[in-house]
Write a protein that binds this ligand. Sequence first.
Ligand code: ATP
Ligand code: MG
Length: 569
Amino acid sequence: MRYSQIFIPTLKEAPADAEIASHQYMVRAGLIRQLASGIYSTLPLGLRVIRKIENIIREEMDRIGGQEVFLPSIQPSELWKESGRWDFYGKELLRIRDRHDREFCYGPTHEEVITDLVRKEVKSYKQLPLTFYQIQTKFRDEVRPRFGIMRGREFMMKDAYSFHPDEESVNKTYDDMARAYSNIFERCGLEYKKVEADTGAIGGARSHEFHVLADSGEDEIGFCDICDFASNLELAQRRIPSETGEAENQDAKAIEEISTPGKKTIEEVTSFLSITPQEIIKTVIFESNAGLVAGLCRGDREINPIKLKKLLDCEWLHPADQSKQDDSIAYGYIGPIGLKLPMYADAEILQMPQAVAGANKTDCHLTGIYPPRDLSTIKTGDICFAKANDPCPQCDKGTLQVKRGVELGHIFVLGNKYSKSMKAHFLDANGKEQAMIMGCYGIGVGRTAAAAIEQLHDEKGICWPKSIAPFQIEVIPVNIKDEATVTAAETLYKTLTQNGIETLLDDRPERAGIKFKDADLLGLPIQIIIGPKTLQEGLVELRIRKSGGTLSIPLDQASEKAQKILTEL
Ligand code: ATP
Ligand code: MG
């Protein structure tokens, strides 16, 4: 492709709202343009990247028996009412009415539509299992669209859904999917982590996310520095060394009330008493469908509501709204001794040899608490977030590292949540009617492109992995007024193109400096620079974008050499 014939509107400056590198470079390199908040047009160069990612995804989905479909983006509200999500989904669901005043939504996901299709067509176990996938536009009215197409409102997703007669079958497809996802992200040239994930609102049984590690990521990923353990921090289990058992303290003192006027936060209390947060018991009040409850943890920890909810075995739970509560709770001075609420403690509490906690009385704390003696009746469990340097919950030796990640893919075993509510039934081998077992599997296509930039860029621009680069090689004649330069560039461009290498020829009448800047910004893996001076010696310069390495090579070997280097990249 000739630069003069492809629309690449590069910019010197990124838009003011572009906070992260991928957003800045996608706009500056002319890959995307914003139409409205969270809504983007994809330009020719951007679309080449998107198509490459789509094709990798297609190949891997087809390989595991996925069948491509294309489902409507506009979905009738009746289906969402049947599944129960019309009310539950809230404001992220863009609701619309047609001329007959019928309610529809713009699909944020397609469980309802595919389940409707399958329940109408599939009646027998003999027709199962089935896996469908599509690559299609979704709309989610995100509260905070940002980072360009990384978190858009309208975005491209590959979503897949599988239907099964039993657990064994869904588990096989789930494992195939997990492998396909690993292949996809590897083939896209990304460094990724497969992490255990929360089954959350969808309420399934198994779930993993695929993350690319990047400082701009919105999730925190915990992973072991020795074994393969990796988990979204939201969910990561902790190893609470049970072998050390409860803390021993022969000299445990009696509990004593002390005056701590105005000292409410952990920081205030620790500095006032000259103690560490590890010596404090933090008490946090939560509202749940079972009423108000208190969660206890060490002062250096945070309670994870998802884990606490599990320990309580309740339907919903969230931190209590302090402004709504009655005066019987002395916020800032709450503690487990004498608190008239059901209490749940992090197991680590029992390993504290002595502790300070609020006295449930304004301006007072208690010292001398010996948890194994004073709090032994409280139900305990792992109710806190894991954090960096915790022992790995999976292996004996490792330590948890924490890094930020961008979620690119998410796979779920859904069980019968949708098939039950939407009556997607089939007859099993014994002629008995059963609800199908389902799985669902998503990848953000645009987000994958953005994450690749996030992971591979420098101060000059993008450094595309070759598999998803819009072109592999850019041929740059530095002066198109020089005939020999132009002839050499044209010949090389033709040879490379004939050999199936996607090549961009910068045939613009621009200054060399501008061409080099643009080439670095666009980030094609290899640049071949042809200038009158070196050409006189029969040489051209080959630059590897990512490493910055340069090589002087004879013009007549340039094509061969560049192709060889490309295969090695
Ligand atoms: P997130 O937690 O980032 O909002 P999600 O859990 O809502 O993601 P899923 O419903 O699992 O995402 O969607 C599947 C994939 O679609 C995600 O892994 C992500 O790559 C992509 N995706 C989700 N929301 C967006 C968005 N607003 N913009 C771009 N891609 C998105
Ligand atoms: Mg979301």
